[in-house]
Design a protein around this ligand. Structure first.
Ligand SMILES: *Cc1c(COP(=O)(O)O)cnc(C)c1O
Length: 459
């Protein structure tokens, strides 16, 4: 089947010129960057797929909101606007602004985890895991086993494994578990969706055991679009109705607005319990700022208020998820392996399968990212052994389950031709795959090394 591209439900009013370097220039730039894409200047990148977080293009209405934004310290107009929209979309009475997703985690998780030992999630995003650990608890992932097989089709690879969850609760004791978290979509599993059936089942388990149920809601709208496509009960519901079903009965949520709310900065916390909200507000004032601005400028709050709603447009989501499916379709046609079916915000190319001659300790996914930059000025990032790092006890390189080169697609930023450039570059690389060499690290910091390590090609 020929890949389908759903046309953009917008036209372009303002453009950002890009520089196109020659292959020779790119080879020089990546060598100067020590073969680490995080050292590249963005002016030297043609298509930037490093992340979909905060890299979104705003609409005319959002830019108008930037002008309207009220910069009053307390009680600004934009504060009431974002409250009203968030209450309507998520169905929770209490909403707190914060400056991004991890700020929401920093404010909320220590409250939920006070005196507790564990948080259990379908999968914790890295910052969520970090804040669980900073709260003195341990983070346990409990995703369905289907998520681990990149070639097997499954509608909802982001789901919680509910049987295993029940088992964990029995083994660890409900009193020791501070929160059960549902991440929608499941970012760490490749932007994979979670079904409403699974959310309901998980929520019922949490409720039965008296454990708080929280949603990590960064991709609330993309998840709803998948539900509409794949879950029978919801095929005739609106995206807004499906979002309401996602949040129904949840005790609270944290949200990075830098994803589905189509802004460049922002975050939210929501809850139903007044006493919990009082604690949230107190911590917010210490860490983020007064409750009516929560670490945001008024102009950004107004853009967020508008984006929360724009992100739920079905035409927009059809185009958005369609971009992922178009790119994945072109790769499939060419026999390039990726996490399948493709998720909501990125295509995860399986470098272990594309470059089988490069062992994990020579970083096949990183090698593929460097080839992509040399080939066409595309910046992707390694989600594999290079990112995973060394065993803290033995200092030995760990082997990751997957060697992915992640192509994250910013919202409303690139066109079909850009996606074709990406597919064509990968097809060219596939043809000479066996000649591509691995890399070794020549300098690295002890933690989070992938941001700053220096590498060299193996000759
Ligand atoms: C991005 C993200 C976060 C963290 O949000 P930031 O805005 O980057 O701080 C938390 N959870 C999920 C699922 C995310 O995708």
């Amino acid at each position: 089947m020929k890949p389908i591209y759903f046309p953009e439900p917008f036209r372009i009013k303002s453009v950002e010129p890009l520089k196109m370097l020659t292959r020779q220039e790119r080879e020089k730039k990546i060598a100067e960057a020590n073969y680490n894409v995080f050292y590249l200047a963005s002016r030297d990148v043609y298509i930037d797929l490093l992340t979909d977080s905060g890299t979104n293009a705003m609409s005319t209405n959002q830019w108008a909101g930037v002008m309207v934004g009220d910069e009053s310290y307390a009680g600004a107009e934009c504060y009431y606007h974002v409250q009203e929209n968030a209450q309507k979309i998520f169905g929770m009475p209490y909403i707190q602004l914060v400056h991004q997703g991890r700020a929401a985690e920093k404010v909320l998780l220590p409250i939920l985890l006070q005196g507790k030992k564990y948080a259990i999630a379908n999968m914790h995003f890295d910052t969520t895991r970090a804040h669980v650990e900073l709260s003195g608890a341990r983070a346990i992932d409990c995703v369905v086993p289907e998520a681990l097989d990149t070639t097997k089709y499954y509608d909802f690879k982001g789901n919680m494994d509910c049987d295993r969850l029940e088992q964990y609760i029995k083994e660890l004791g409900a009193d020791n578990i501070g929160v059960i978290i549902m991440t929608i979509t499941n970012n760490s599993a490749g932007g994979q969706p979670v079904s409403i059936e699974n959310i309901r089942k998980t929520r019922a388990i949490a409720k039965k055991h008296g454990i708080k149920f929280m949603i990590d809601a960064a991709r609330y709208a993309e998840n709803a679009y998948f539900v509409k496509q794949r879950e029978k009960e919801f095929q005739n519901k609106t995206i807004q109705e499906i979002i309401a079903a996602e949040f129904e009965g949840a005790d609270c949520f944290t949200m990075s607005a830098k994803k589905d709310a189509i802004v460049n900065m922002g975050g939210l916390i929501g809850c139903r319990d007044k006493a919990l909200f009082e604690l949230i507000k107190q911590r917010c004032i210490s860490f983020e700022g007064f409750i009516t601005y929560g670490g945001m400028s008024g102009r950004d709050i107004e853009a967020l208020a508008v984006g929360l709603e724009e992100g739920t447009s079905e035409d927009y989501l059809k185009y958005r998820i369609g971009q992922m499916q178009y790119l994945a379709g072109r790769l499939e046609e060419a026999g390039i392996p990726f996490q399948s079916p493709v998720g909501g915000h990125a295509v995860f190319v399986d470098a272990k399968k594309l470059l089988p001659h490069i062992p994990y300790y020579e970083f096949p996914a990183q090698a593929l990212c460097i080839e992509l930059y040399k080939e066409a000025g595309i910046r992707a990032c390694d989600i594999g052994s290079y990112m995973l790092g060394n065993d803290p006890d033995t200092g030995k390189q760990l082997e990751a389950d997957f060697e992915f080169s992640r192509l994250a697609i910013p919202r409303r930023v690139y066109t079909q031709s850009h996606l074709d450039v990406i597919a064509d570059a990968l097809i060219n690389i596939k043809e000479r795959a066996s000649t591509i060499k691995g890399y070794k690290i020549v300098e690295e910091p002890p933690i989070l090394r992938h941001f700053t390590a220096k590498l060299k090609p193996i000759s």
